[in-house]
Each structure stands twice: as C-alpha cells, then as structure tokens.
Design a protein around this ligand. Sequence first.
Ligand code: ADP
Ligand code: MG
Length: 629
Amino acid sequence: MTLLQISEPGRSPEPHQRRLAAGIDLGTTNSLVATVRSGGPVTLPDSAGHHLLPSVVHYRKGAPPLVGEEARRHLATDPQNTISSIKRMMGKGSADITGSGQRLPYRLVEGDSAVPRLHTAGGEFSAVEISAEILRALRRRAEQSLGGELYGVVITVPAYFDDAQRQATRDAARLAGLNVLRLLNEPTAAAVAYGLEQGAEGIYVVYDLGGGTFDVSLLRLSRGVFEVLATAGDTALGGDDMDLLVARWIMRQAGIGDDAGHHQLRRLLAAARGAKEGLTTAGSVSLEVELEGGGRWRGQLSRSRFEQLVEPLIKKTLAPCRRVLRDASVAADQVREVILVGGSTRAPLVQRLVGEFFGKEPLDGVDPDRVVAIGAAIQADILAGNKPDQEMLLLDVTPLSLGLETMGGLVEKVIPRNTPIPVSRAQEFTTYRDGQTAMAIHVLQGERELVSDCRSLGRFELRGIPPMVAGAARIRVTFQVDADGLLSVSAREETKGVEASIQVKPSYGLTDSEIEQMLKDSLAHASEDVAARTLREQQVEADRVLEALKTALDEDGESLLDSGERTAIEEAMEELRGAREGSDAREIKRAIKRLEQRSQAFAARRMDAGIKRALQGHALEEVAGPAGR
Ligand code: ADP
Ligand code: MG
C-alpha cells in the first residue's frame, strides 16, 4: 500500500506568525488541553495547578454552569443537575439511549425530538451543548495561558466513533467557538506523542483503557509516517465499570439493597473510585460509606480482593487485542512496544495482564493521562502551519469492509475493513446477460457474505453499455475513500467510456455498537457464510448457464441440432434444474459440468454460425447486477 500525503490548506505562515494551536482530549471522564511550547508539548493546568478537568457540568438556576472539579463536588448531592460521562451520549438518538437499558440519573426531556435533551435547573440541554461547556472551559484555560485567541484545535475521539458521534463533537467545538483543524483518533494521538519522542520504527500497540471506553490500535511507524494497521475496542468498558464492581461489592458487604437511591449510588461509586485509585500504590485501603437510613459502614478492601473483582473485566480487553493482531496478520512478538493510555492503565493488574499478553513490559515514558492531549497538541501545531517542514502523516482505517452486490445477493468486497485511508481500489465486473445495457450498482458495508446481512449505503445505475454477449463487457468499478472517510463509487464501461458515480458516507447512521455487532456477527458466522456463498455462487452459475442455453436453443436449436442431440441437452438441463433446487453446491457444480459437456458441440457450431446473430433482438435495455470476474 502506498502512503498518500494528506494535504492541509493554508500551511505556510511566516515563522514569526506562530499561530496559537492546542490539542484537546475530550474524555468521558477527564478532559485536557495541551500545546506545543518552545520547550516541547505540555498540558496546561488551571489556576490551582490541576491538569485534568473532570468532564462534569453542574447546572444551576440563574447562574452560569460550573465545569470540572467544582461541578464534580455536586455529583453525590445533586445528581440530576450534575452531568457526567456525557461523551457516551454524543451523536446518539433518543431511541439509542432509552433502549440501552442504562440507568441514568438524569431526566430526559419527553418529546418527539430525535436528539435527546436533559432537563436541569439551568434549562434543557443536549449532549452537544453540555460538551461545549467543557470545551469552553478548556478554551478559556488555553487562551489565558497562551495570552491570545486560539487559531485552531485538534480534538481527539475514540477510534470507534461513527460519523454521527464525530459530527456531534465538531458541533460542540463550533458552539464553544473553536476552529477544529482535525478530529484525531485517541490511540493515534498517543502514538504521535511517543513516536516523535523516540523516533523508533516498528509496530506499536496502543492500549487505551479510560473511564468509559476501551480502544486498542496497531500502528506502524516508519520513516516518520504513522500507519494505522488495525483498530478494535469496546465502547462500554472502562474504569467506570471497575467502580461499579467495587460499589456492588460494598453493597454486598454493607447490606445495601438494589433499591438504593441515586444519592446513595453516587456516594458508593465515589467511594469505590477512591478505593480503586488508592490500590495502585497501597496493598489495602479503608472504606467508609454513609448509609441512607443513617449510620455508617466501615470496611477494608485489599488489592488482591480488588484484583479478583476486576480481573474478568480486564481480561475482556484481551479479545480486541487478539483481533487487531489477527486483522493485521501480526504476531505478538512482532510488536515493538506497547503504549498504555488512560487512567485505568495505572492499575498494576492491567499492566501485568497486558504485559503478559504481548510478552513485553508496556512503555511508561509519557503520563498515560496526558499522552493523548500531547499527541493532539503536536498534530495541531503541524496543522496550524507552525512546522512547514514537518512531514508527519497520519493514516486512518476503514472500520468495515466496503463492496458491492453481485448476482445472487452476494457481496463482493472491494475495500476490506481496516484498510488505511485515503484509498482507491478498482475492480472489474462484467455483464450477466446477453445484450445487457445497464448495470445496477449497489454499494454495501459489512463483513458478511450475503447482501441481506450487510448494510446498504446506496445504489446507482450505469446505463448505455453497448450490447454484447454476457461476460464480454468490461465494467471498471472504483471505490475511493478520502481522508475524511467519505466514500465515492464510480463505474465505467471500458469500450464506450460511459460512466456513472455516487458519493456516500460510509458509516453514516451506524452506531459504534452496530459496527461492533457487525464485526462479531461476521466472526460468528464465518464458516456458515462460506457455505452459503458457495451455494449461491453455484446457483447463480446454474441460472446463467440455463438461461444462456435456453436462449441459444430458441435461436439455433432448430437449425443446428438434430432431435437426439437436442433431447440429450434438454435432459441435462432438466437434471441441472433439479440440482439447482437442492442445497448441495457440489451436486449443482457436477450438473453444470455435465450440461456443458453435452452442449459443447452445439456451442462450437453456434460460434461458426456467427455470434452476431445472437445479439439480434436484444435492443431492449436490460438491467441486471454485475457478475463477478
Ligand atoms: P477517559 O479517557 O474516559 O476520560 P481517563 O483516561 O481520564 O478517562 O481515565 C479515567 C479513569 O481512570 C477513571 O475511571 C479513573 O478512576 C481511572 N483511574 C485514574 N487513576 C487510577 C488509578 N491509579 N488506578 C486505577 N484507575 C485509575
Ligand atoms: Mg481518554
């Protein structure tokens, strides 16, 4: 695969016109802002010296909302007006949220609006508006610290974010008055931070376990170019889930029932989080929880008990790790380094299990909390044009395969999933029927073999194909995905040069969990799919042979065959029709072969009689899908 330069407009300001640029890690749990100073990239602290801004917004009546640590203090006492983990709602519809079964402490505004809004003391707000508050706070921090207005920012998003979620992030930035130079996948940003500092070529794993999401990416760094080889993850797995496990443990110990109120739950989660974080350095921590009916519960949690509780959860992250290795055909021992990202990777058990899985100690040179923001800042600095000679390229990958429908409801993959973008791939198809002058192109996304199991992205028709015998036309279909993930598909008939095309958004409307589900399905159904595909292919082939022979018999049967020859062919056709109805692909194949043997002489005579005659009477436009090569 050749690497394509991603060009960015407006990249060459004068050296003294250094533009103020920042990288923003807009996290589920914590957010950060970083910038490149003369001494290198740094995260920016608030006036109290804190670098991490808790991604929490507290709304009040008649006063502007509080953001960050000040807001977090209200989590336990005023949960309905204190919004956390809003990133989980970004780009989601009302149905996604009410259907998720998640128990949210917020009051969703009832109504038929597709975009969910939360009811708070300060008014009703969408996820985009709430995220914009966090971005505004980071913007203020950066502008105060840098002493001027920001020219542009790079904001990071999880690798699995789909179009709707990325768009929501862009909208939030716009609301906050920020110019987004680019959205960057979080693991890629982490690799940027490490890659530039170390400059070592090779394959890297980025393991990112934050508060709410897990992402793992396999990246190749060579000659200053990062190429994303594969990504996988779980959007509903993180430190919050560890907190929940510890909170449940406390509930069991303290005899708190499942009917505990929101206040109590929040307090339990806060206590659980404190205990978890303390256990990174301590072998055991003391816990104290206020009970709803009055009184207190006191207890001890040891590191080993904690590790027993969360081990299954951490082991769940290893399946995506296995998947990225397999997708990129890389063995664990080919991995040069493992980069840890996210606060949850501070837990010693995470470091141990990840280290064991890849057979090497993970890197810890850059603070796992800050590494994403730092990578984003480096990228923002380049995109703002402050490093005109910098040639670092970032490549992304397609999350799912892209292909088109061929006869028999099968999907022919043109661009496999995890192909680095931008990419352009062309494949040749041909006509299925004699005299076919139009072709229906149906563009699909997904991993399964059958059209009915994939997602339809769009359709168009290529018209004006000169009439030819089936299989003679050469239709070149080109799939192109640009750097922003936009797909365009074009089809061109090679002899006459007629063309048609369509532009589609590849992941439009697909939620991250849908993407994951499609990937899981494709693995679960792999062998079943291969069998279904083989059968369909043989059925399509049988139909094609039968249809072609019927046409030939109608046209030339009388003149070119004696009655004995004709009966022999018709018997073999009948036999093939019978096999076609069954579900044994090998039987259909054998019947096709017999029929072809019996009709060989007839075909030769027809050739002699002149193939042109076969085209007469086919002036009517016939539309069919493409046949595989
Ligand atoms: P996100 O990317 O989702 O915003 P972060 O990378 O900031 O998340 O990670 C936040 C998570 O890291 C929280 O669940 C927090 O409890 C957890 N965390 C922070 N420090 C530790 C620690 N020492 N041990 C275990 N988990 C930790
Ligand atoms: Mg993060």
